[in-house]
Design a protein around this ligand. Structure first.
Ligand SMILES: Cc1ncc(COP(=O)(O)O)c(C=O)c1O
Length: 398
């Protein structure tokens, strides 16, 4: 059943200004903004340029607070638990810097975590003599077995569990609430890496029961690039340290807050952060549902067609209910195939880009090769038809 109105979708599609020579199927990596959000960002930058002293020294903290209030309502939380920050990477670095570690301590990740997140914790552990432990999740990862696999790797030295809400390499939605409930029984804090979940899913950090939630808003919420947040439970506020050391206090002379060390990271344009509210306004409740249903229907139909190809399989999400707007399918590995890596993509990704104008990631994870499909409101069924026909023609599958 179609649970969106075609007219609503086509009206919404008119708000994006994508390069017509490219078929953009990688919203999961970088999510372009609709025009009203770009305009809001430009307006904020203009206001800064007109009177920088007033903007930075008197207005900015209050404006960030007002934006945090709007974001807090969207996340059903309180603004005093939210700091606005450029991206999930910076948020995760702050959590790592704020985690006390001594030699022999352990940070528990899953084997589906984002490479840069793994790097952050490896670096933090190297500084302190702690170590990163990786829980191998069952394949494909189903809820109860995920919790059991993580619980099995806990030890008395585990200082934090770090887990994606929606994984990047495998596009799985992980049962973060159940993981937090299990971790609470063991007294271990949980940090959720959530950039893909914002707007794709309803995200309520309080209800999830985590200690930290790191997110970028420039993916599925379509806020400007360079916008995200760090949500922290009050029980962790006093321990917050920022790896970027600056003034550390309120520039406007407001009462001290744990956010002071994050609000001022040196002089920079906070327009992307302030335009988060325009993205939330753009995705009124009804539009959010339209986005989810429409993108899901595009992905389901593309996935069904891809699964008809010989040796293409479901990868990590066996059922259509296992994903929303992003999923992976497993591709065969031709003779001599080697996994691509950062900066050196799989040849099929390059062929799709260079010969067909399609931007879509072909990745590898644990020695498996997969195509990650993303769909947003601006995509059309014919984008995926072009992809499928290009894949049919490719000689890089067998
Ligand atoms: C699961 C996950 N975590 C963290 C990040 C880092 O996000 P950002 O580059 O916005 O900091 C990404 C980016 O794709 C991601 O997919």
């Amino acid at each position: 059943m179609t649970r969106y109105a075609e007219e609503a979708v086509s009206e919404l599609q008119s708000h994006w200004e994508l390069d017509a020579s490219t078929i953009y199927l990688n919203h999961g990596s970088f999510g372009p903004s609709p025009r009203p959000v770009m305009q809001a960002r430009e307006q904020w930058s203009l206001r800064l340029e007109r009177q920088p002293m007033k903007f930075f020294c008197r207005d900015m903290e209050q404006l960030l607070e007002e934006t945090a209030e709007i974001l807090a309502a969207f996340l059903q939380t309180k603004a005093d638990r939210l700091a606005l920050i450029d991206n999930a990477t910076l948020a995760m670095n702050i959590v790592a810097a704020s985690t006390d570690l001594t030699p022999g301590d352990e940070i528990l990740l899953t084997d589906h975590e984002y490479g840069a997140v793994r790097n952050i914790w490896n670096a933090r552990c190297q500084q302190s003599g702690a170590k990163v432990v990786s829980a191998a999740l069952p394949f494909p990862p189903q809820d109860e077995s995920v919790v059991a696999a993580i619980e099995a790797r806990l030890t008395p030295r585990t200082r934090m569990i770090v887990i994606s809400h929606v994984t990047s390499p495998t596009a799985c939605i992980l049962p973060v609430k159940a993981v937090c409930a299990m971790a609470r029984r063991h007294g271990v804090p949980v940090c959720i890496d959530g950039p893909h979940a914002i707007a794709m899913l309803d995200v309520h950090p309080e209800d999830i029961g985590c200690d930290y939630y790191c997110a970028s808003c420039h993916k599925w919420l379509c806020a400007p690039f360079g916008s995200g947040f760090l949500w922290i439970h009050p029980r962790q506020h006093s321990g917050i340290r920022c790896p970027i050391v600056s003034w550390g206090g309120s520039i406007a002379g407001r009462p001290a807050s744990w956010k002071d060390r994050i609000n001022w990271l040196g002089t920079r344009d906070p327009a992307p952060l302030l335009a988060i509210s325009a993205a939330i306004e753009f995705f009124s409740a009804e539009r959010l549902q339209t986005f989810r249903h429409y993108s899901h229907s595009l992905i389901c139909s593309a996935r069904r067609k891809l699964l008809e190809l010989p040796s293409v399989s479901t990868f990590c999400t066996p059922d259509e209910s296992d994903f929303v707007s992003m999923c992976g399918v497993e591709l065969p590995q031709p003779k001599g195939w080697k996994p691509g890596y950062h900066g050196h993509p799989d040849p099929l990704q390059l062929e799709l880009r260079d010969q067909h104008g399609i931007e879509v990631p072909v990745g590898s994870w644990n020695g498996r090769r997969f195509l990650r499909l993303s769909a947003h409101l601006y995509n059309r069924p014919q984008d995926f038809d072009t992809l499928i026909s290009a894949i049919h023609k490719s000689e890089l599958l067998t």
